[in-house]
Design a protein. Sequence first.
Length: 329
Amino acid sequence: MSALVLGAGGFLGLNLVDALLAQGVTPRCGRRRRSAVLALRERKVPLAQADLDAPDELCAAMAGCRTLFHAAGHYPRLSLDREAALTTGLRQMRNVLDTAAASGVQRVVYVSSAATAAPATGPSDERHLHACMPGLGTYHDLKWTMEQVALHENRVEVVVACPGACLGPWDLRAGTSALLYALARGLDPPHPDGIVNLVDVRDVALALVRLAQHPCPPRRLLLSAANHRLHELLAALAPRYGALPPSPPLSAAEAIRLADAEERRSLATGRRPGVSREIVDLVVHGVPLDAALSRSALALRYRPLEETLAASDEWARRMRFIPSPQVTP
């Protein structure tokens, strides 16, 4: 496989690079000019400039590649400017697909999000996709818009993977793991309640590799190990980190108001919001997922949550994101 990974330096990207290397494939790794690449250099993989707003760079990066992993879809730091996020996401997606078609790429494996899954009478599966823009917040609308472009592409084969909330090593920006890190540091993170679909990032990475290798992959695939109620999950995990049980969850309206206020503060100060609107929207509007197709089509066996948490905790302690457990004399 001659492969290019866009977003190779991110949480999922680094795990994808590791999964490819484990298969004997050394991918070319796309990077933006100002992105951190130390973790990629440690893996001794070739790097290529690949800004999604620079078609010439994309063309050079894709030269000779038959497979493109697109794990660099636009991901705004804040959710305050919906129209700007949609404009950027749409433009960059079209740049990537236009260049892939012109460069002779045979298959694009695009990483979307389980946020595009529409509610169903039971757990949602690959058939359940919002018929129009969901209007559930900037993140949902952005992911739906980019996924629609990918699904309607007909010049190059595109398969779409929709992972749930990823946990595991290399979450450098503490995205999905933020609530767990807060618990481990003895904090009481404000949170709404709702359904979260957890999955080990290493299982998602393996699924992407298998989608690239599959002779006839499904066009759209949900990736989720299990569905959880967020508040129940935090309460169950608090003893793991020696933390007190979390406070009762906020109502959806309270959580949205708090997240909006935190994002406005972040915009003014440059500091990270205490709770992001994206996370609130994902929890409030989360739906249970049926990921049976990923098991049958890719022979995927999801890791149990305890194994995922063990790997995530070990990495986070090594990075000093969370404290080491105290040893009782």
